[in-house]
Design a protein around this ligand. Structure first.
Ligand code: UDP
Length: 449
């Protein structure tokens, strides 16, 4: 147990049950454990992490009684039920610890680090007078982007009129109105969502799974708004790798398939752990992939196509044609795939983890964002970092977009930028780089609490 000047620390990390949030939380836990802190991972029963992959952590499951609510049946109801149901169990547990400490006069400082979707933890920590730090696993720009929505609504700029969609929002340059999160949902739901995820109790600090050089503007904005330290320690999968954190089983046979492909020839296609699409869109994707000359690795997550178990809706002749040059799997070891020398491009929904994983390997991207922060990430990739292409998912367009990212002259600049950014990431995570320094600062900060 970390002991400094006679004091001891206990870090309680409260994770959310979404794949893209759980992974960075476990990675953060691994780093802090490597620096001597005992780690308790608090998690809901839904999508529980595998304790055998993290033998050094204590796991504390919270019964979530979600009674049929899920992300797909309504995000607001899901998050509210999750938070309401988890709070009493953690409260009881923490009070027990605090009382035992009083009885034994054991001096141990408890620090709460919580995923921003588990917002109950912020108010619980405040009620118990414990310091709390928020871990954010989206891009930094997501915070100013959703926080401006109520103001835009008051000024009549949101919901967005069609004529404004392509325009840049002056307060959020270079993001456009169409890049704003939650667009398309009923306005009352959006405002409710924004209120729900805006921290009510200011944390003592933020930890962000991002890299300073990628998001300077957004980080400055947040700093002005909250005036608390922001530790930019990303990309966590590089700064603090862990054993697999996947909820689904990874099909590792795709790695031996990749071994047989030429360098930078494969387009890897995955839409993450949550996005769902119509069979019509998926069929367009399949035709587009079948018509390209490039080999491809396509992840179709079971249940990700509306009303279908997997790919049974695709015509058999199309599937046979696809198998000539491609491989379709249910879930891939994505980080290994992106790091493989055969992969030359990533067709992605642009979730933040996927974005960072591609950025780190210098893999240019084809962007098909759906919601939340994905449009912002796609804008970063295509317009700011210039290592991605916004795509139109129609079979005729897909083939040329893939050629552009992987082979054609037009895409050369994009491929060059991807490599340049990969180099900058390497510097940020090396000794003396911004992410490394921030990780050390985070440890000092926790010790100062
Ligand atoms: N992922 C994976 N295998 C797959 C697809 C995705 O391991 O076949 C991982 C990916 O590496 C990333 C996470 O799932 O770490 C997805 O997170 P992201 O933020 O990109 O998107 P989300 O799933 O939250 O929409």
């Amino acid at each position: 147990m970390t002991e400094h000047g006679g004091r001891r620390w206990r870090l309680v990390l409260i994770s959310s049950p979404l794949q893209g949030h759980m992974t960075p939380m476990l990675q953060l836990g691994s780093y802090l454990h490597s620096r001597g802190f005992p780690i308790t991972i608090v998690h809901s029963e839904l999508n529980r992490p595998d304790p055998s992959n993290h033998p050094d952590f204590v796991f504390f499951p919270l019964p979530n009684n979600l009674s049929g609510t899920s992300v797909s049946s309504g995000v607001i109801q899901f998050l509210q039920a999750l938070n309401d149901n988890c709070r009493p169990h953690l409260e009881k547990h923490l009070i027990q610890i605090i009382n035992t400490q009083k009885e034994t006069s054991e001096k141990e400082s408890i620090v709460i680090i919580y995923d921003n979707l588990m917002f109950f933890a912020g108010s619980l920590a405040a009620d118990l007078r414990l310091p709390s730090i928020i871990l954010r696993s989206s891009c930094a720009a997501f915070l100013p982007a959703y926080r401006i929505i109520p103001q835009l609504h008051q000024e009549g700029r949101f919901p967005i009129q069609d004529s404004l969609l392509q325009e840049i929002i002056p307060e959020l340059h270079p993001f456009r109105y169409k890049d704003l999160p939650f667009n398309g949902l009923p306005i009352q739901q959006i405002l409710e969502m924004v209120t729900m995820i805006t921290p009510k109790t200011p944390p003592v600090a933020f930890i962000w799974n991002t890299i300073e050089f990628l998001e300077q503007w957004a980080l400055t904005q947040i700093h002005h708004q909250y005036q608390v330290p922001i530790f930019t320690i990303g990309p966590l999968h590089k700064t603090s790798p862990t054993l697999s954190t996947s909820f689904l089983e990874e099909d590792t046979s795709c790695i031996s398939w990749l071994d047989k492909q030429s360098p930078k020839s494969v387009i890897y296609v995955s839409l993450g752990s949550l996005a769902t699409i119509d069979a019509k869109v998926s069929t367009e994707m399949a035709w587009g992939l079948a018509s390209t000359n490039q080999p491809f690795l396509w992840v179709v997550r079971p249940g990700s196509v509306h009303g279908c178990d997997w790919i049974e809706f695709l015509p058999e002749d199309l599937v046979s044609e696809m198998k000539v040059r491609g491989m379709i799997v249910k879930w891939a070891p994505q980080k290994d795939v992106l790091a493989h020398s055969a992969v030359g491009g990533f067709w992605s929904h642009c979730g933040w983890n996927s974005t960072l994983e591609s950025v780190c390997e210098g893999v240019p991207m084809l962007c098909q964002p759906f919601n939340v922060d994905q449009m912002l990430n796609a804008r970063y990739l295509s317009y700011v970092w210039k290592m991605g292409l916004e795509m139109v998912v129609e079979r005729g367009e897909i083939e040329s977009a893939i050629r552009r990212v992987l082979v054609s002259k037009e895409g050369e600049e994009m491929r060059r930028r991807a490599m340049e950014i990969e180099d900058q990431v390497r510097i940020a995570i090396s000794h003396g780089g911004s992410s490394r320094n921030s990780m050390n600062d985070l440890v000092d900060f926790i010790l100062s609490l």
